[in-house]
Structure formats: C-alpha cells, structure tokens
Ligand binder design. Structure first.
Ligand code: ADP
Ligand code: MG
Length: 404
C-alpha cells in the first residue's frame, strides 16, 4: 500500500458536514470552442469530490481559474459559463456566485443551504490571485470552514486559491488530488523496482530537468522522439536533417555520466524510421539502422527492432513512468513505435506485472490514439504540474496541504 500520511483527505473531515462551508479548489480551466466546452474532462474529474461533500450536507463553494483574464472582468471567461454543464454532469442544481471573495460572495454564500453547490467567479478576475496576495487569500478563506484542493493540475502555481488560502483553513486533498498523489507516489516516490522511464517528445532542452532527476531514480531510461536524435548525435551518429540540438551535446554527455554513476541504463534506438520530407506517408519513408541515415533524411520515429528491445526491457520492470511520444505521432506512419510500445505497456499493466503512469499533453493524446490510455494504471492530464513533478520539484499547492 502507498502511504499518503503527509496529507489529510476527505476521510479526515467530519462525517456530518451539515451547513459547513467547504471551499473546493478545482481546475475548471476547460478548453472552449465557439462558446461551448470542447472537452469536459476537468469538470468530470471533480464530480466525485463535489458529490461526496454535497451528500454530507456541506455548502460546496467551487474556486477555479478559467482562461487568462489577467485581473480583468472578462464575460467570455466567466465561470458562469460552466454552471449549466456542471449541473448536467452532477445531476444537481448548481448556482453561480458573482465573486470569489468579498462582500458579494459572502452574501451569496449566506443564502445557500446544506448540500448546495455554487461556482464562484473566476479567481483570476482578481489580480491578487496570481500574485498570491495574502489579502485575497484571507477574503477567500473567510467564505469557508474548510478548504479542499482537488486541482493537482494547478498545484505547481503558488496562487491565492491554490496555496495562500490553504494555510488559513483546515486543508484536505480532494478525491482526484488524492488519486493523483497516490499514483505519482507509486511511480517515482516509492516504486517497486526495476523502474523504467520513457522520455520522448521534441526537444531535450524542454526536458533537461526531467532527465536530470530521472537518471538518479530509475533503473532504465528510455529515450525516444526528437530527443533521441540529440543523444545519438552526442554518440557520433550522423542524424542527417533530423531535429536535434547541437548546443546541448555537452549536457547530454553529462547525463550519460550521471546515469553511469547512478547505475541507470540509458536506452537509445538501434534502428529508426526516416524520410526526406515530413508529411503523412511520404514515399521515401524507410526503416534503417541508426548508421544508415542519409544526409538529406530526418529521423521521425524509432524503429521496430528498437521497440522490440524496449518491450523486453519493460517485461523485466515493475514500474513505468512515461512522458513524451517516441516519434512524430501526429503524422502517420511515425506513430508506429509509440502505439506499439504503449500497447505493450498496457498489456503488461493488465497482466498485473507493471504499474504504469503517464502524463503530458501530447503523451495523453498519443496513448488515446493507441487505445492504451484506459489500460494504464494512471494517466495524468495535469500537463505542467506533471512535468514539474517529473523534475522532482515540490509543488506549492501540494506542499501547502502537508500536515503541519
Ligand atoms: P508532451 O506534451 O507529452 O510533454 P512533448 O510536447 O514534449 O510531449 O512532445 C511531443 C511532440 O514531439 C509531438 O508534437 C511530436 O510530433 C514531437 N516529436 C516526437 N518525435 C519527433 C521527431 N523524431 N522529430 C520531430 N518531432 C518529434
Ligand atoms: Mg506537448
């Protein structure tokens, strides 16, 4: 079992919350298209916590940012737009509260009854939100008896509603936050060994901190995507016209050295898929050994022999953390390696031999494309917060929930 002793959860709240006001920080920053929500994943993620608190008789006051209004009142970024969709998802009546702090919010909250759910106006309409202004945090805290944070994806920011307010009220992790923290703890905090990490994506420069943290924590570091090109170049391989970062060859060298010292094996592909133009199904696409890349070709995916070797590595592992696709997966056939390895990881997870945790915007899209996401142990949709966690950083919103 995973220990989550550092945090209180909803289990630590009184069983009966009748009439108690619970401020719940959710991440309702959903994507919009033509005035409608194009993906309601984030709304759905918060439903268990909202329903549980409401069932226990709490007055549930939801805090969230929505877009980047930069301290301005922007009707197109009002959380009022989320009231109806949340009502439909919860099957309960949801009301709108015209501010997230101050007298107007106080008054609205005072009219609410046990079990009622209210969405407070966009926290970022106050410029104190992103500044973590203590006055704003105090005004928010004045609205509630308890604070629950259910927004892991906003926890890498020390803002008034994610961090400041947590110090002013008894604070608890919501169900989605709890699940995320447990999964991450199982993957890197206290994992069953051996542990493999897959790090892919476009560039080494965006993931240097991730690589630096992982070499000291995992047994196998699997490099794919455009980053593999830079690693291969550092090993003297001609990568032709491939995307790679010349100025990072020294950094890559030091990652090799630190891995060696830490007993972490770095896996680079033996074979790759190359093409002389980057478009769907180009005529010139071919699978070659890494030593056969022509000067006018670019590496767009790792090859099938590499995938087979990596599958064998995963079969020996108990834990997998995955961030970044192995190739340019949006453009077929350069999705092949990502799809194949994702399916191997999914099958091993379903067999019970592997705990698999993945995150990252493009990674989640790629795992969905492979039909593998639902078979992973946990897929984080947290983006920036997930990456900061992979860098080994303390997330302020999580730290603020820690037991004193
Ligand atoms: P995530 O969003 O999961 O953190 P990244 O944003 O780091 O992932 O990387 C995803 C991007 O990397 C994708 O757009 C993909 O096309 C690109 N990519 C992967 N491999 C290559 C490659 N060999 N050449 C160019 N781009 C690549
Ligand atoms: Mg991305």
């Amino acid at each position: 079992m995973v220990e989550l002793a550092g945090f209180k959860t909803l289990d630590d709240l009184p069983e009966n919350l009748t009439g108690k006001r619970v401020l719940v920080r959710v991440d309702f920053n959903v994507p919009m298209q033509d005035g409608a929500i194009s993906d309601d994943t984030r709304l759905r993620a918060a439903v268990p916590t909202i329903a549980e608190l409401s069932d226990k008789g709490a007055i549930v006051l939801l805090l969230s940012h929505f877009g980047r209004p930069k301290g301005q009142n922007r009707p197109d970024m009002s959380t009022a737009l989320l009231v109806k969709p949340l009502g439909e998802l919860t099957g309960r009546s949801v009301r709108f509260v015209e501010d997230c702090a101050g007298p107007q919010a106080e008054r609205a909250a005072s009219f609410m009854l046990p079990g009622d759910i209210g969405i407070l106006e966009n926290t970022r309409f106050h410029d104190g939100e992103e500044k973590n202004d203590p006055e704003l945090a105090k005004d928010m805290a004045a609205l509630g008896d308890y604070y629950v944070n259910d927004a892991f994806s906003a926890a890498h920011r020390a803002h008034a509603s994610t961090e400041g307010v947590a110090h002013l009220l008894p604070s608890f992790a919501g169900r989605a936050m709890e699940a995320e923290l447990k999964a991450l703890e199982k993957a890197l905090g206290n994992p069953e060994r051996p542990v493999a990490a897959v790090v892919g994506g476009a560039k080494v420069s965006t993931k240097l901190a991730v690589l630096g943290h992982l070499v000291g924590r995992v047994d196998h570091l699997i490099i794919g995507g455009g980053m593999a090109n830079t690693f291969l170049a550092a090993r003297g391989v001609n990568v032709g016209k491939s995307l790679y970062e010349k100025d990072l060859l020294g950094e890559v060298e030091s990652i090799f050295e630190r891995a060696e010292a830490a007993g972490c094996t770095i896996h680079l592909p033996y074979d790759v898929v190359v093409a002389d133009e980057f478009k769907p199904h180009p005529d010139g696409a071919r699978n070659v050994s890494i030593h056969e890349v022509a000067d006018d070709e670019m590496i767009l995916d790792i090859g099938p022999a590499a995938v087979e070797a990596l599958a064998d590595v995963l079969k020996t592992c108990r834990t997998l953390v995955w961030n970044g696709p192995l190739g340019a997966f949006e453009t077929p056939p350069f999705d092949a390696a990502t799809v194949a390895l994702a399916r191997v990881a999914a099958a091993l997870t379903q067999d019970g031999s592997l705990v698999s945790v993945a995150g990252g915007g493009d990674t989640v899209a790629a795992l969905n494309q492979a039909g593998a996401a639902q078979d992973f142990t946990f897929v984080s949709t947290a983006g920036g917060a997930f990456l900061e966690w992979m860098e080994g950083r303390t997330l302020p919103g999580v730290a603020a929930l820690e037991r004193a």
